[in-house]
Design a protein around this ligand. Structure first.
Ligand SMILES: [Zn+2]
Length: 157
């Protein structure tokens, strides 16, 4: 398998393959419209878009960071999406027949129960920088197995 350079791991944004935005040609701006001004709405003004395989690698990367609700344990850090989205510690898990009530505690947002969480639903966990780096390395390996169009490379190609 092709080896991937992972020396740029500290920068969150430049790991997955991007290309120049086809709409604005990489400038980030486009003709004025009332809704977006002159900011190119295709790339959000960055001038860059993920290539198909870069986007696939990003999805793969993010997929690794979510686990089944059933695998969540007390003291795990998980992402809570309520009025705010934040990371909180799991303080208690009540198991019901078909769902879980996951109690969380956060210094800033206090106690919150994520109620009626389906056991097979995905929960985004919080990870250490080292764990995220490992996930990213795997996603980059995955990216290297795809052709630019996002399909798996033919063997031996
Ligand atoms: Zn653009």
């Amino acid at each position: 398998m092709k080896k991937v350079m992972v020396t740029t791991m500290t920068n969150e944004n430049i790991n997955f393959e991007t290309e120049e935005c086809s709409r604005c040609g990489g400038s980030g701006s486009h003709s004025y419209c009332q809704k977006f001004g002159s900011v190119c709405f295709k790339c959000g003004g960055s001038g860059k878009m993920f290539t198909v395989r870069g986007a696939a690698a990003k999805v793969f990367y993010e997929g690794q960071m979510s686990v089944s609700a059933f695998d969540i344990k007390v003291n795990n850090i998980i992402r809570v999406s309520a009025f705010n989205t934040y990371f909180a510690k799991v303080s208690k898990i009540e198991e019901h027949e078909t769902y879980l009530d996951i109690h969380t505690v956060s210094e800033k947002f206090g106690n919150l129960v994520m109620g009626m969480v389906g056991k097979d639903s995905k929960i985004r966990r919080g990870w250490s920088a080292e764990e995220k780096a490992a996930f990213k390395a795997k996603a980059l390996e995955y990216q290297a197995t795809l052709t630019k169009a996002g399909t798996p490379r033919k063997r031996g190609a």
